[in-house]
Design a protein around this ligand. Structure first.
Ligand code: GLN
Length: 547
């Protein structure tokens, strides 16, 4: 029987609820249990697909093509359990379902209300698709006290009452701030947050307290007394140098045992954190370092490229080097006449992106990497901009562009109007709705014999996750091949270009998909490992690696 762990947060956002959930999932797995983590987002958007990355951070895409919250990326990276469309729900989705049922007459004339109709939908989401799962972790987005969150808190409260004893437990994440004027940490915000939670009928079983320093025994006791939580279940979570040290730290502080005890389990297998220790050891003791320039336009917010930065770190793990990231703002790059921003960089990565703004900087980054033989990795939009660069500068098609930027007479990148998904034809045009209509999720690509990518992957067919509306225009492929841009990965029907690589360059690869979404700390993505390897080689040539 599946047991449920509800994870809520208080005091402030961004305390790391997603990471805590992911790390707890990993800890339970390390004792041999099967886990699944779900995210419940109280906002009204149907999914984060149409939100600005500045607002919401990265949109994480699942194999089955759902555009989801970035926390699902943490869950996958920590547990290696692939997420699906059934693992993330928003208020928008719930209301969409309810309104459609109401229009169909499914409610048989009853008044449709938040309790029970909205809460029932939430409960159904939590309880469904949990076959063979020992522990289902459900993270509620936002913080306690948010108006949008109330139906979600109410639903989990009801569930704890409806399911048998010991089938559910509540974990609440709070902040214990250090106040420098007083010279001490303060427990009051945690007390208030728990008070808020209790006012809606939820008594937490476990408190995870984020802090930047050790919380004294007496403060733990104080939190325990005022919040009515067992002292052993007040777990401190001190800031760490790498997120991959979080499982070990939380285990040392007793988190998984506290959770298991709260769920009525007093004997359970010992945990084995060997693979995590290895990852942390590699991160903490690199034998060198390499600097990668990431050319993007949402760089002020790290969350916008979450999986990408993690995948670069993973590439570093497999090469035993620390990957330093230099953020290169495309707008600034366009204005920087001498291109000094590239000084000290051993690899250039142009990530996914949307829209005309900043695109010239990305096209230039491709040209610079191409001409200076710097390893170049173009991901999705990054690949498209590399194709524009080659068309403009090697083919001399000066007006080459993407139709994403408006009308052009040389659309080397054009709107994707037809493709096959699960044996069905998908059709789109300029009038199509925006939300959920891109080419989304996992699609296969066949890799050409003798190509660099086939060698890197060590396989002739790969499956990677996509999220794009535009695609290289097939009518320009022969021309582009002629000047050295090889189309080495294609969809199985040969109609959609998936991967390009440049001849006579140490490492210049563009991919139409998002390999970063499938990289794991203990199983780095081969393209990232290879890109970092090539960058290390480049930096050695220019004498930058410290041994
Ligand atoms: N804007 C481009 C497209 O829609 C690239 C998308 C991306 O980088 N994810 O095709």
């Amino acid at each position: 029987m599946t047991q449920y762990i509800f994870i809520t947060g208080g005091v402030a956002s961004s305390l790391g609820k997603g990471l805590t959930s992911a790390a707890l999932g990993a800890l339970l797995q390390s004792r041999g249990f099967n886990v699944k983590i779900k995210k419940l987002d109280p906002y009204l958007n149907v999914d984060p697909g149409t939100m600005n990355p500045f607002q919401h951070g990265e949109v994480f895409v699942t194999d089955d093509g759902a555009e989801t919250d970035l926390d699902l990326g943490h869950y996958e990276r920590f547990t290696n359990v692939p997420s699906s469309i059934n693992d993330n729900i928003t208020t928008g989705q719930i209301y969409k379902r309810i309104i459609s049922k109401e229009r169909k007459g499914d409610y048989l004339g009853r008044t449709v209300q938040i309790i029970p109709h909205v809460t029932d939908e939430i409960k159904e989401f939590i309880l469904s698709n949990n076959d063979n799962i020992d522990f289902c972790l459900c993270e509620i987005g936002g913080t306690v006290g948010d108006i949008e969150g109330l139906p979600f808190f109410e639903a989990i409260r009801q569930l704890s009452n409806e399911l048998k004893k010991n089938m559910t437990c509540f974990l609440h994440l709070t902040l214990v701030p250090y106040i420098s004027a007083a010279g001490e940490v303060k427990t009051k915000p945690t007390q208030h947050s728990v008070k808020e939670l209790r006012s809606i009928g939820i008594q937490p079983d476990i408190l995870v307290c984020r802090c930047d320093r050790e919380i004294s025994k007496s403060d733990i006791r104080k939190i325990s007394v005022f919040c009515n939580v067992n002292e052993d279940s007040v777990i401190q979570a001190i800031d760490v140098d790498t997120i991959y040290a979080v499982p070990k730290d939380l285990k040392t502080n007793g988190l998984d045992v506290a959770v298991l005890n709260a769920l009525g389990k007093n004997s359970f297998p010992k945990s084995n954190l060997r693979k995590w220790n290895k990852v942390v050891e590699r991160i903490r003791k690199p034998i060198g370092e390499v600097t990668i320039g990431v050319v993007g336009k949402y760089l002020d917010l790290n969350d916008a490229y979450k999986s990408l930065f993690e995948a670069l770190t993973h590439g570093g793990i497999s090469n035993n080097v620390k990957v330093k990231i230099k953020n290169i703002d495309t707008d600034k790059l366009e204005k920087d006449k001498n291109k000094t921003v590239f000084n000290g960089i051993s690899g250039i990565l142009v990530p996914g992106g949307f829209g005309k703004r900043g695109s010239e900087g990305k096209i230039f980054a491709s040209k610079y990497a191409r001409e200076n033989k710097i390893p170049f990795f173009g991901i999705c939009f990054g690949m498209q901009m590399a194709v524009v660069d080659v068309a403009r500068n090697l083919l001399e098609y000066k007006s080459a562009s993407s139709s994403e930027f408006g009308k052009t007479d040389t659309p080397v990148i054009g709107l994707l109007t037809e493709w096959i998904k699960d044996e069905e034809i998908q059709k789109r045009d300029l009038q199509s709705e925006y939300g959920g209509t891109m080419r989304l999720g996992s699609y296969p690509a066949i890799l050409k014999k003798g190509s660099k990518v086939r060698n890197i992957y060590g396989s002739k067919k790969v499956n990677e996750r996509h999220r794009h509306r535009y695609e290289v225009n097939m009518s320009f492929i022969d021309d582009l091949e002629r000047v050295g841009l090889r189309f080495v990965g294609m969809s199985p029907d040969g109609l959609l270009p998936e991967i390009v690589e440049l001849k006579n360059h140490p490492w210049f690869i563009g991919v139409q998909f998002h390999p970063e979404l499938k990289s794991r700390p203990f199983n780095p993505h081969p393209l990232f490992s290879s890109f970092i390897k090539a960058s290390v080689k480049k930096s050695k040539i220019s004498g930058k690696v410290k041994k």
